[in-house]
Design a protein around this ligand. Structure first.
Ligand SMILES: Cc1cc2nc3c(=O)[nH]c(=O)nc-3n(C[C@H](O)[C@H](O)[C@H](O)COP(=O)(O)OP(=O)(O)OC[C@H]3O[C@@H](n4cnc5c(N)ncnc54)[C@H](O)[C@@H]3O)c2cc1C
Length: 437
């Protein structure tokens, strides 16, 4: 039935305001955090709940058109871009914006921005159930007064959606102690690419038998369906938190100090190094007051019982004896001011240098998918293909029609060896896959 019929059906089911067809309005969604890549989606839908997402996915299935979930649209790997038909996005990135031939997509962008309810906070079980459009920081802001917090905290966490965090398995400065999103999500409600609303994981239980399908979904970058509800774990806020900034005259000294922390048996809650490029990026926005001669800045956060934080501070002060300057802050405003320099630097560097290697923290998405084979079994091309083919089998089990965020993560069809016929053969969950073993 094509996009016009999808639009017609969704206007009927979700209301006019939830469906954007106007070409100019659709261009709002032509770009994400990976700004040089642009592609105008064929249609944009703003459902307000899980059933609305399901209606959109079902309409896409019946029309045979692809769809992609979009949270806050900030992902620097281009994951939430609709897939272009014809020219690849980004092929003319050297041209001024006005001269670029912007590709159009025949796919639907499903935005979760209206799904921002914190549905339940269950402190006895240390869980909260949230919708995917909820912003990361909103969870901790909501439960903070009760003495709890949600641990995964990307730089600029105030902008990212929990759905995007789940899709990217996001981390952040505190992942050094607390781990990534996958350690803090115990269950999901997901709209599969076939339009079924299913629950994955244990929700509020401690564990359940069987496959860890929540773990499979987390980090899948929108290729296995759309998360419509997320059960996040809440942690008890530590009694004391202290942020320490040490300025060094060389990156080597800062690196040696960072290594010495763990050697001394101190477990920091967070640790980040800013090199000269990052310092320049931060100071270009506002003078951070780093002492003259600073070439590297080490930021370390300690948390835990007050007595432990005091003892660890004394240990770090000794380790950082060669620093040009040392600053500490215990109050939220002072700690935020120290982190602000790092947050600013990350934002500017990601904006000015968006195309890089696969970091693992921002997803593979679009622009780094061609590099994916280099992350697996680099010395053995055959094994690389097996690794990627196995992942494709998982993808096809969830999405036999190849409608959920197609063209992302895997390097098809840009590199040799990318298409395993066995892996790409359409199949249903539970069916034997044609040509596989
Ligand atoms: C300045 C900056 C700093 C950052 N710092 C960090 C950091 O410290 N650590 C880190 O790990 N990452 C970091 N990132 C990456 C960022 O945290 C992730 O890309 C983030 O999760 C994106 O969230 P979003 O809501 O903008 O997602 P979007 O950009 O909208 O989407 C990202 C991907 O998620 C998919 N998706 C979105 N919602 C859903 C859903 N409900 N169900 C299924 N799939 C969905 C999309 O299809 C897409 O593939 C940073 C990014 C920037 C720009």
């Amino acid at each position: 039935m094509g996009l016009p019929m999808v639009a017609h059906r969704l206007r009927r089911d979700l209301g006019d305001a939830a469906v954007i067809t106007d070409p100019v309005a659709r261009r709002t969604y032509e770009c994400v955090g990976l700004t040089p890549y642009r592609c105008t989606p064929g249609l944009v839908v703003w459902p307000e709940d899980a059933e609305g997402v399901q209606a959109a996915v079902l309409a896409c299935r019946e029309a045979g058109v692809p769809f992609v979930a979009r949270g806050s649209g900030t992902g620097p790997s281009g994951g939430a871009l609709a897939e272009a038909k014809g020219a690849l996005p980004g092929t003319d990135v050297g041209l001024p914006q006005a001269d670029r031939a912007l590709p159009e997509a025949d796919g639907v962008v499903i935005v979760t921005g209206r799904m921002r309810r914190i549905i339940e906070v269950d402190l006895p079980n240390r869980r909260a159930v949230v919708e995917p459009g909820v912003l990361n920081l909103a969870v901790s802001d909501t439960v903070g007064p009760t003495g709890y917090f949600y641990a995964p905290d990307q730089s600029s966490q105030r902008m990212r959606s929990i759905g995007g965090n789940v899709a990217e398995n996001s981390g952040g400065p505190h992942c050094v102690k607390y781990g990534f999103t996958t350690q803090h999500v115990s269950g999901l409600e997901v709209c599969t690419p076939d339009g079924d609303l299913v629950r994955l994981g244990v929700g509020k239980a401690v564990r359940s038998p069987g496959y860890d399908l929540t773990g499979v979904f987390i980090g899948s970058e929108g290729t296995l369906g759309i998360a419509t509800k997320i059960v996040v774990k809440l942690l008890r806020a530590p009694e004391s938190v202290r942020t320490i900034l040490a300025a060094f005259d060389s990156i080597d000294r800062a690196g040696a100090a960072a290594s010495a922390i763990t050697t001394a048996g101190v477990q920091p809650a967070a640790a980040e190094i800013m090199d000269t490029l990052a310092i320049r990026a931060a100071e270009a926005v506002v003078d951070r007051g780093y002492p003259a001669g600073t070439r590297a800045v080490l930021i370390v956060e300690l948390d835990g019982p007050a007595v432990e934080v005091e003892a660890e501070t004394a240990a770090l002060t000794a380790l950082f004896a060669g620093a040009l300057a040392l600053r500490t802050a215990d109050d939220p405003a002072g700690r935020a001011a120290i982190w602000k320099g790092h947050e600013t630097a990350v934002g500017r560097i990601r904006r000015d240098h968006p195309v890089g290697s696969i970091s693992g923290e921002s997803g593979v998405g679009d622009h780094t998918s061609a590099k994916l084979p280099s992350m697996f079994s680099v010395d053995d091309l055959a094994t690389t293909q097996d690794d990627l083919a196995t992942m494709q089998l998982v993808r096809r089990a969830f999405d036999p029609g190849n409608r959920a965020n197609p063209g992302k993560v895997f390097p098809t069809p840009r590199l040799c060896g990318e298409r395993s016929p066995a892996a790409l053969a359409p199949c249903r969950t539970g069916e034997r896959i044609r040509g596989a073993g």
